[in-house]
Ligand binder design. Structure first.
Ligand code: ZN
Length: 152
């Protein structure tokens, strides 16, 4: 597959996630939640997590509104987090942050890297990096018990 058709494929995946976000909606029995806001673009996302006593993420959802990149990134994230431990979720986030900044990503399994690769194109658009990372920062804040909306 050529580079340009691969890019088209990724764009299709991003558009599909932004139009039909997965795991969209509030969660009544969430154990962790946090809001994120990207004032540069106006994106808002609230992340809900249900973590069991083994530190494993049993369920995850999000709600909010924003540009296609922010919604697609949140949707993609929720697809990847279910069943992971909180430590694995943080490792995933670290790898994702490196990827969207255009850095080398070495600490992720190939399967995870392939899934996240869809968003790697934003590294060429520094203004959009905050759109792509919004949900991940909110997820991290939720796990740390820090609601980022408090800083607004
Ligand atoms: Zn945005």
């Amino acid at each position: 597959m050529s580079d340009s058709s691969l890019r088209d494929l990724y764009q299709d995946i991003i558009l599909d996630h932004s139009r039909h976000p997965r795991h969209f909606g509030p969660m009544d029995d969430a154990t962790h939640s946090a809001k994120g806001h990207n004032p540069l673009c106006g994106d808002r996302a609230t992340i809900f997590l249900k973590v069991d006593d083994q530190d494993r993420i049993q369920d995850v959802s999000f709600e909010g509104r924003g540009c296609a990149i922010s919604v697609a990134s949140a949707s993609l994230m929720t697809e990847m987090l279910k069943g992971r431990t909180t430590a694995e979720a943080k490792t995933l986030m670290g790898g994702f942050l490196h990827m969207v900044k255009g850095d080398e990503v070495q600490d992720l399994p190939a399967d995870d890297r392939d899934q996240l690769e869809v968003m790697a194109g934003v590294s060429a658009f520094p203004m959009r990096v905050k759109c792509a990372t919004l949900a991940w920062h909110a997820m991290n804040a939720a796990l740390d018990g820090k609601d980022t909306s408090a800083t607004e």
